[in-house]
Design a protein around this ligand. Structure first.
Ligand SMILES: Nc1ncnc2c1ncn2[C@@H]1O[C@H](COP(=O)(O)OP(=O)(O)O)[C@@H](O)[C@H]1O
Ligand SMILES: [Mg+2]
Length: 219
């Protein structure tokens, strides 16, 4: 097997990189695939997420920490490529680190969570430049924005969609809404699936995003 690699990147902290990395990796793993999350953020949030799971509810994907790999992340990740079906790289903010650029060198897909706010959209211009420069080397790299913490009926979300449709990197059809359950998920070290019926809408949108992502990487 050769793993498909998804790098979750943005210029800023707080856009939802770790949340989307973990939910996506967990959702793919629940379908019987072998999934590795590479936590490249020195804050180790993804690693802590997985270690919050109690013994009887183990996080369904493997998680390793690579916080010292710096601009060598692509080399480190390649070592795991034959052992997994999917590798999700949770990156630190690109403004603070050379990691995203390195991760994008080996990625099939750059997934860019973005909040529906002008300040966050402006900041994303930075990561767009990084992605475009890596695309000249890694010609198969695809990029997708994913609107996170969206509130579908608000003017702000609608205006954000309009701006993002002109951004130059396509927007995923699936939006991830602002929901308390995503925060609780981190506390219990799980995906939204473990909350059952009360997480019905969150489960549906994560499944939809996963389907979209799998299609983009050709799986
Ligand atoms: N869709 C969402 N709904 C509610 N809270 C969210 C959502 N996505 C992320 N969060 C919360 O926002 C904060 C930042 O998310 P996080 O995934 O840590 O961002 P990043 O990794 O980009 O810094 C966290 O407290 C997280 O629980
Ligand atoms: Mg993070």
């Amino acid at each position: 097997m050769t793993a498909k690699i998804i790098a979750v990147v943005n210029q800023k902290g707080g856009a939802g990189k770790t949340t989307i990395s973990m939910q996506l990796a967990g959702t793919i793993a629940q379908k019987g695939k072998k999934v590795l999350v590479v936590d490249t953020d020195p804050q180790g949030t993804a690693t802590r997420w997985a270690s919050s799971a109690s013994d009887d509810s183990i996080f369904p994907a493997s998680v390793i920490g690579l916080s010292n790999a710096s601009d060598k992340v692509h080399r480190e990740v390649k070592k795991f490529i034959e052992d997994y079906d999917f590798i999700v790289i949770d990156c630190p903010p690109a403004a603070d680190s050379p990691v995203p650029q390195s991760a994008l060198l080996v990625a099939d897909l750059a997934l860019i969570p973005i909040l529906p706010s002008p300040l966050d959209i402006w900041a994303t211009v930075g990561i767009k430049k990084v992605i475009e420069s890596v695309m000249t080397i890694n010609e198969d790299l695809k990029g997708r924005l994913v609107l996170n913490q969206s509130q579908p009926k608000t003017t702000l979300t609608k205006e954000s969609e309009d701006i993002l449709n002109e951004f130059g990197i396509p927007l995923c059809k699936t939006q991830i809404q602002q929901r308390q359950i995503y925060r609780q998920s981190a506390v219990y070290g799980q995906t939204v699936h473990s909350f059952g019926a009360k997480a019905k809408s969150a489960i549906a949108e994560m499944e939809k995003l996963t389907k979209e992502v799998l299609k983009l990487v050709g799986s």
